[in-house]
Write a protein that binds this ligand. Sequence first.
Ligand SMILES: [Fe+2]
Length: 180
Amino acid sequence: MDYFVNAFLKAATLGSTPSNKLLVLAKFLGNKYASPMDEEACKLLSLYVAFVRALYLLHQQNHWDSQDYGEHLLFQRLYEEASELVDDAAERVVGLCGELMLTGTETDIVKKFAPREKSIQSLLESSIALEQAFQQIAKKTYDSLKEKDMITLGLDDLIMAQASTGETHLYLLQQALKGL
Ligand SMILES: [Fe+2]
């Protein structure tokens, strides 16, 4: 598994919380249901949300930095779709876990995957690398919850659908890179 993904997974498992800024908001939303999840599962799910949020942030930044109109529009489609994904994922995790943990991690992820320069090739490569990392996190989250017998039918469906959207995004980015 990719080095960066592993580092974030390790931090999540060890319980390091880079920032708790959004925790207050998450607590305000409250936990109305008894959670079927344990703490480790909730940390993993929160990391999953952080990665989807990072996808939204990075694709949007790349949209702003694109000089080429075609790529500008491609990144727009990706960040708009990612914004729906992150909203669905975050609300589901708050519903299941009562709060989002590891808030602020998305900023660290975006920094790790930020393009080295503003060339269109670099922008595409950075978005591709983060989409690939997201695929790994989605698989890891899915497999872990399944192993613990904590995956709900709805969560199963959500992660699979989001991974599928991510695969489409990856394909579109790779086609754009080939076309340069
Ligand atoms: Fe725009």
